[in-house]
Design a protein around this ligand. Structure first.
Ligand code: GLN
Ligand code: ZN
Length: 761
């Protein structure tokens, strides 16, 4: 019985790759230094998997930046603006595409399916001259072989590569990406032949796009591609790996019909119908790589449950043809639990990071082969049982409150126009009211104060004093700038999710639980392990302190339940929506306490609402229903005179505009720098019902200071589409990553632009 790992995190247990990359980019170390760190990481990963007993160990899942960019390099598909002249692609060209250089910006980046990983989007047009320009896959295979590990080289499959690309500028509307298939397959053939010559006996093609809603034209591209590769692949065992969801019946039929393919990798953690598909029809003699160990979470596998699933599968596909695997690459989980010295022992026993998942996969494979490690299985069963019965997981009051939500709609009693009238009487705002999204620049000094307070190096009194001074500075600045609705600047927050997670029950935090987000960037999501509740108010002290410093309205600032959920590792012992409802109830308490403390405007950020959208269209409606409902729960109890804002970061709202309206916020501020017109026309249709809307008037991601004229021009364009009385004037997002030298003049110009237009209306 065999075991397989789809892919492994590259960053290293202590983010070694991140630091090596950043030091190289800062010219503090050489290319050789970077290559050495990378080679050490690869060899330790291969060794770890081989020591664990894994039979099919992947190579070429390491990357200096991103695996899709690696495929772009392999194919020589460098956009001409990077000035590459052929030959093997080196760090210069590679990192220019990834990060831009002095004269050319980076290529576009987008989310990898519904994960928090971002990849560099290939840009392809009819004139791309493909050439075999990066031998990385073959080099890594040889490197592992020299270390004594015969790996399975992993390539992004040709069809997924094209489906994840975008047409180059100028041919957006007319160009069919799939028409490039005959041009890229020759390069794939060269790579395959070299791998064969180097001694590879297996090859893995990641074709995750197979889990999307594909029309028959796209499905046929898979058939055509593997038909064409068949003769080159002969002599190799070929694994087509899919992940992140189950397959539609049509996609499954396409998959098992592919020529030259010997094995299918399926995600058995996500999606409901994979088992049925396999049972209904599995081709004789082929291998099933059964992804039973979750690559997207940090929970220890329920080995007994997986074992029985595997037994069922064994009966269908045959003992010799079943391979135990992960549901997807382990890239999306944290690296090694060994480094978590601060986690409570009981909670730690419930967890498995990548290194532990490798061991689980192998233990399952051995158990199937009749060599069950009884001690390992019973320790696992004990941990599963402790997780089920632990008093830290269950909070009956929370469960009751969440159960009581069923069947109710949770809407504010009055409609939005009437509410806005009531609010206006209290707030007395000018037309085109100005505001900001929440955070102000986070200076080094501020970070130091927070760090020292956390480490008990300064007293609570000193900490409070320092934060109060910072808030006062931010309030004074906003008054000086003459902004209408103020914020306190969020100086006490490290991160918009962590800050709340630390104060809510049911959350745990890791020291090294980093997951790559893009390039050298990693995030450390909190772990939601139990029922969520709010032991005491979280933001009321700071918001009322800030309000006491000004006569202008001060926005209370909260992170919404959907965003807290989407940016955390969540429980797998109850549906996501149940966890979301619990968070919603905790935030609801906070909203009501803020209102009682005299805060009249409360912003509930849902930066990540859009990105939680499921991969399959058939699941969108359900997700949006509970996500939007969760948001409404947080504020359905406030008075008409309390103004609820929400803020969202993603600019593509076309498909979900009705859900955004259904959130029933009084004011919606949104990031807008990337797609002006589209966004506005969507909102013209959508916001006929009258809520306030603040599409960002300038891009906070750039240090550039926009002029008054430029901002006024932008607002004018918005006014051409939106009603004057609903338009708000604000930046795109929080200002935390900017410097005061940028923020002050930019906000000054923003207010000047609003004032200028007020005189003209
Ligand atoms: N209120 C948060 C801030 O201003 C919102 C951040 C976000 O939307 N990502 O920083
Ligand atoms: Zn934002």
């Amino acid at each position: 019985m065999a075991s397989h790992i789809v892919g492994y995190p590259r960053m290293g247990p202590k983010r070694e790759l991140k630091f090596a990359l950043e030091s190289f980019w800062d010219k503090k170390s050489s290319a050789e230094d970077l290559q050495k760190v990378a080679a050490d990481l690869r060899s330790s990963i291969w060794k770890q998997m081989s020591d664990a007993g894994i039979k099919y160990i992947p190579s070429n899942t390491f990357s200096y930046y991103d695996q899709v960019l690696d495929a772009t390099s392999m194919l020589g598909a460098v956009p001409p603006r990077y000035g590459w002249n052929g030959g093997e692609i080196g760090f210069d060209t590679y990192f220019s595409m990834a990060r831009g250089n002095a004269s050319v910006p980076a290529m576009e980046m987008t989310k990898w399916f519904d994960t928090n990983y971002h990849f560099i989007v290939p840009e392809l047009g009819p004139d791309v001259n493909f050439s075999y320009a990066s031998h990385k896959a073959v080099d890594e295979y040889k490197e592992a072989k020299a270390l004594g590990v015969n790996t399975v080289p992993v390539l992004i499959g040709p069809v997924s590569y094209l489906l994840l690309s975008k047409p180059a500028k100028g041919v957006e509307k007319t160009f069919s990406l799939l028409s490039l298939l005959p041009k890229i397959l020759p390069i794939y053939k060269e790579v395959i032949s070299e791998l064969k010559a180097a001694g590879a006996s297996w090859i893995q093609f990641d074709e995750p796009t197979l889990v999307l809603d594909l029309d028959s034209h796209k499905l046929q591209a898979f058939t055509a591609a593997y038909d064409d590769l068949e003769s080159t692949l002969s002599g190799l065992n070929v694994l087509i790996e899919t992940y992140f969801a189950d397959l539609t019946s049509e996609a499954y039929k396409t998959l098992i019909g592919l020529k030259g393919v010997t094995a299918y990798g399926l995600d058995l953690v996500r999606g409901a119908q994979t088992l049925d598909l396999v049972k209904s029809n599995f081709p004789k003699g082929k291998y099933l790589f059964a992804g039973v160990v979750d690559g997207r979470n940090i929970w220890a596998n329920d080995l007994a449950a997986s074992f029985s699933t595997l037994k069922e599968l064994e009966a269908v596909v045959g003992k010799e043809n079943l391979v135990v695997s992960t549901s997807c690459s382990l890239l999306h989980t944290a690296v090694d639990l060994v480094n978590e010295t601060k986690l409570d022992d009981e909670i730690k026993s419930w967890l498995a990071f990548a290194a532990q998942k490798v061991v689980e996969v192998n233990a399952l494979a051995k158990a199937l082969a009749g060599q069950k490690d009884e001690a390992f299985f019973s320790a696992n069963a004990a941990a599963q049982a402790s997780r089920k019965s632990s008093p830290r997981v269950t909070n009956e009051a929370v469960q009751k409150a969440a159960a009581a939500l069923k069947g109710s709609d949770h809407r504010r009693a009055t409609n939005v126009s009437a509410r806005l009238d009531a609010q206006q009487k209290k707030l007395n705002l000018p037309i085109l009211p100005t505001t900001t999204i929440g955070s102000f620049p986070q200076t080094l000094e501020l970070r130091r104060v927070r760090r020292e307070f956390k480490a008990n190096k300064i007293s609570e009194d000193d900490y409070i004093k320092a934060i109060k001074e910072e808030i006062k500075k931010v309030v004074d600045l906003q008054e000086e700038l003459d902004i209408d609705v103020l914020v306190h600047g969020e100086p006490e927050r490290n991160d918009m999710v962590e800050y709340f997670g630390e104060q809510l029950s049911g959350f745990a935090f890791t020291v090294n639980g980093w997951v790559q987000s893009y390039g050298s960037r990693c995030v450390k999501p909190p772990i939601i392990y139990g029922d969520v509740s709010r032991p005491k108010p979280m933001t009321v002290f700071w918001s009322s302190t800030a309000q006491s410093m000004t006569a202008r309205p001060m926005k209370g600032m909260l992170t919404g339940p959907v965003t807290i959920l989407n940016w955390s590792f969540v429980r797998n012992d109850q549906p996501r929506f149940e966890t979301c409802y619990q968070i919603a109830l905790a935030i609801k308490d906070e909203v009501e306490d803020l209102e009682k403390a005299g805060i009249n405007v409360i912003q509930i950020d849902e930066a990540a609402l859009r990105e939680g959208l499921p991969l399959r269209k058939s699941e969108h409606a359900f997700y949006l229903k509970w996500a939007v409902h969760s948001f409404r729960i947080t504020n359905c109890g406030v008075q008409d005179t309390t103004q609820i804002h929400t803020h969202m970061c993603y600019s593509n709202f076309n498909d979900i505009i009705h859900s955004i309206i259904d959130m029933d916020a009084d004011v919606i501020t949104i990031e807008n720098s990337r797609s002006d017109e589209k966004l506005l026309s969507v909102f013209r249709e959508g916001v006929k019902y009258g809520a306030g809307i603040g599409p960002g008037v300038y891009d906070i991601h750039s240090p550039r200071i926009p002029s008054t004229e430029e901002i006024a021009d932008r607002i004018n364009k918005m006014l051409a589409v939106l009603e004057t009385n609903i338009l708000w004037v604000n930046p795109d997002c929080g200002l935390k990553t900017r410097k005061y030298a940028e923020v002050k003049p930019a906000l000054n110009n923003m207010v000047a632009a609003a004032k200028l237009l007020r005189t003209q209306l």
